[in-house]
Structure formats: C-alpha cells, structure tokens
Design a protein around this ligand. Structure first.
Ligand code: IFL
Length: 465
C-alpha cells in the first residue's frame, strides 16, 4: 500500500482487500470478469449434502443440530422440537435435485410433524419458517399433505390476529389452545405475513389469510409520522407506538420487504403505494452519506435526528429490496457499503458503527442478508460483481464456520481464527446456501424470470416441476 493512503481508502480504491491476519479471501479487482461458476455450485451442493447427512444421522427431527458436538437443540419451545431445520431444507434440497433427501424429509414431516403443541409459539417466526417452509415444500413437490400442514399451522396462528382489538397480531399464540399473549410488539412481527398468508389464500380460495395480513400492515402504515417514517415498536392492543426510533434493520426490516412483496406476488397496488410512500420518506430522512458510502442510521421517526450509526448485518437485505423495487442506484450503493465491511472483517459482524468502522457486536449467527441482496441485485442487473461478492461470502463461511458436523455461528469474527458457537440456525438451511446455489448453478428447477423468495428465502413462485 502506498504510504500516506489510509487503509480503508486504499481498500476502496482497490475494490476491496483482505483482513483478519490474511485468513480470509480477497475480493478481486477484476470482479466483473466472467468466470465458470459451476465448480462453485458443485461445492455449495456438496457442502450442503454433507451437512444434511450429519443432521439426519445425529439430529433428525431436531429444530437445530449442534454442529460442534453433534447434539440437538430446540428453537420454538424448550424440550419440544418440530423439525425446523428439516422443514427449512426441503425446497433447497429440491432445487439441488437431491431427490432422495427430499423424499426422506417429506416422509419425516408426514410421519412426525404435529402442531398440536400446548405451548406459546412466536407468531412471526412460526409463520416465516414453518408456514413458509411447508408452503415452499408444497410449491416445489406438489405434495398435498404439505399444503394441509401449512394451512393447519396458519389456522393455529390466526387467533393472534382475530383476538386483537386493533388487528395487530399478538407476539405469541398457544398452538393447541389458541391463547394469545404479549401485545408489546414491533412492525416486523405485525407485518411479515402477506407472502405466506397470501399464497395460502390463493391456493385454498380462503381470503381471510391475505386480508388479516394486509389489515395489520395498514394499521401501522396509517400511523406514520409527519415525516412519513415508522417507529419500530408498537402495541397490539392500543395501536400506539412504543418508541420513536425508525430503522431498516431489525425490527423494521421485513415490514418494508413485505409491502413490496405483496405487490409483486398479488399485484396489490395499494401495497405498492404504501411501499413507495415509506421508501421515499426513508431515502429522504434516513439515508446518510459517510465517506462516500450510503448508510441508513437509526433516526427519530418524528424529527429525523440521527439516534445511532450502528448498522445491523440484517439491514444488508435492504440493498436488494431497493434494487428489486427500481432504486438500483441506491441498492448498489448500499451493497457497496456492506461490501466494504465484508472486505474489512471477512465475515461481517452482527453490527458495526459505520462512522468508525468498528464492530459493536462481534458475533455473526451465520447471517445470510449480504448474500440475499447480492442475489437480488444480480437478478436485477446480471452484474457479475454480485456473484463475486457472494462467492467471497461463501468462501469466508467455509473457512470460519465449517466444523465437525456442520456449520457453526461465530461468537467473535475478529478473533483469529474466529471463535465458533455450537449452534446452526434453521435459516442456514433455507437461505444462504440456496442463494449461492441459485447464483452459481443455473438451476434447472428455478424460473429465473418469474420467481419469488420470501424473507426466509422460501420459494413461493418459480419452482419448475
Ligand atoms: O429468519 C431470518 C430471516 O431472513 C428474517 N430475519 C432474520 C433471519 C436471518 O438473519 O427475516
């Protein structure tokens, strides 16, 4: 590096470089040169099936495998797994044409999966993972029983909406009794249903699912501030905001995503207007340029004052959402900003303060959002740079997270080597490995022109049977 050039400026001039003691791969200055991606696709499939085999041998039916010890872990309810990782995996296995594994997973579901569980389940997580996982498994395989199970669990979630005086769902519902609890919620947990519920309405002819999902989104939209922003915390019984802070990261992120998605999936113009109104306000009052990079700090939704320059890795999805909704310049710019973080740290930390480019949370629970937006931007532009960035994301994951029985979350991405935790989230089976596969494989079973992936990457349009 020439003397006098600050390290980060040099990184940007080069289009990226390496960190973490040389452990991690570099992004190439030749990023837009075409290359043969088939070997990368084969590696993705090989690693996925290797991890699947361990899951089957050691943790079949568990919500999570513990990838270091080979143990099992529950997600929704302590002491009662419902096969979360397996349900999340079905459509990815199917896209990879791993048909014996698909059959094995579907058989397990038919023989074992029951939602008659006398315990409170988190409505948002149950929807995006279980309703969505079963709906995508049905969409891919055409197996009617999977649709019946998706409808069964969705029906058990409905009291969260119908028991609420505002239509904003409670956070928890007991799947066996329908008892609802915890009205203190946020815009993600009231507004991330329309994709899964909407396809159920479409496939069953019962409008209730779509209507309940949309009504909850409307309640929050109608309460936007004069700046047109939404604070992220809301009360399901009173409909009042519980804070002032607006964010495109959690717990705001997928509310915005599902406004756009509801329009894309169902052609609902009103949802598109809501999305456009809020996005215009976000770009006007939340976007900030710092050292020539685009960021989205947390701001006061009533005044626009910046409250925090912490950037959650989960907010990286927003680059893809901006891109797919026609704001390509901003989408690319926000992905460029996260790409600097990837080049700086290798694995992107859970959060960074972009004003100092320092990690404010050094962990990373195998978060997929950077690969998610690389995929969406690649679909929107065809630009090879997004494959290069996703490939680096994949390589860094292989180097840091691969362990004895699968892939592990990281406790500290800045340690050398990064320290691992004995857990692998369910979304790993549905998200980044699918994005990589679709990016690199030219998958025969996927319609690259007309498709839809949910916030959990469940394929609800575009499976080619
Ligand atoms: O469950 C995942 C999904 O992408 C989401 N939020 C966070 C998870 C992945 O980081 O909507």
């Amino acid at each position: 590096m020439p003397r006098g050039v600050p390290r980060r400026t040099a990184l940007r001039l080069l289009g990226g470089a390496t960190v973490a003691g040389g452990l991690l791969a570099m992004s190439s200055p030749m990023a837009s040169a075409r290359r043969d991606w088939k070997p990368v696709a084969e590696a993705v499939r090989r690693e996925y099936l290797w991890a699947w085999q361990h899951y089957v041998e050691r943790a079949l039916g568990a919500d999570h495998i513990k990838p270091i010890s080979g143990g099992r872990e529950d997600f929704f309810v302590e002491g009662h797994s419902i096969g979360l990782s397996l349900v999340e995996a079905v459509d990815t296995l199917w896209l990879m044409e791993a048909d014996a594994e698909v059959q094995q997973a579907v058989q397990w579901i038919k023989d074992n999966l029951s939602f008659d569980v006398d315990a409170p389940f988190q409505v948002f997580e149950t929807n995006i993972r279980m309703v969505g996982g079963l709906a995508s498994a049905y969409h891919c395989t055409g197996d009617q029983r999977l649709l019946e199970l998706a409808v069964d669990v969705a029906d058990r979630l409905l009291p969260a909406f119908t028991e609420s005086p505002t239509g904003l769902p409670y956070r928890y519902v007991n799947l066996a009794t329908g008892a609802v609890s915890v009205p203190e919620t946020n815009i993600v947990e009231i507004g991330t249903y329309i994709a899964e519920f909407g396809v159920l309405s479409e496939w069953t002819g019962d409008r209730r699912y779509f209507d309940l999902a949309k009504q909850a989104m409307r309640v929050a939209f109608d309460k936007r501030t004069e700046l047109g922003l939404l604070p992220h915390d809301i009360h399901a019984e009173t409909g009042e905001w519980r804070n002032r802070q607006a964010t495109v990261g959690p717990p705001g992120d997928s509310y915005y995503e599902y406004l756009w998605d509801g329009y894309v999936l169902f052609g609902d113009e009103e949802l598109r207007q809501w999305y456009d109104t809020l996005t215009d306000a976000i770009l006007a009052h939340q976007a900030e340029r710092h050292q020539n990079l685009l960021w989205f700090p947390q701001v006061d939704a009533f005044t626009g004052d910046v409250l925090s320059r912490d950037q959650s890795v989960l907010a990286a999805f927003y680059a893809g959402l901006l891109g797919e909704s026609g704001r390509l310049t901003e989408g690319r710019a926000y992905h460029d900003a996260f790409n600097i973080v990837q080049d700086e740290f290798g694995v992107i930390p859970t959060s960074v303060d972009y004003s100092t480019m320092s990690a404010t949370d050094r962990s990373n629970a195998l978060r997929p959002e950077f690969a998610d937006s690389a995929f969406m931007l690649w679909l929107a532009t065809g630009d090879e740079i997004f494959r290069e960035r996703a490939n680096l994301h994949f390589e860094n994951m292989l180097k840091t997270s691969k362990t004895t029985y699968g892939f592990a979350s990281l406790a500290d991405v800045t340690a050398n080597p990064p320290s691992q935790e004995d857990t692998c989230p369910g979304y790993w089976w549905s998200e980044q490995m699918k994005y990589y596969w679709l990016l690199f494989s030219d998958a025969q079973r996927f319609d690259y022109q007309n498709n839809y992936l949910s916030t959990e990457a469940n394929v609800l349009r575009g499976a080619r049977r």
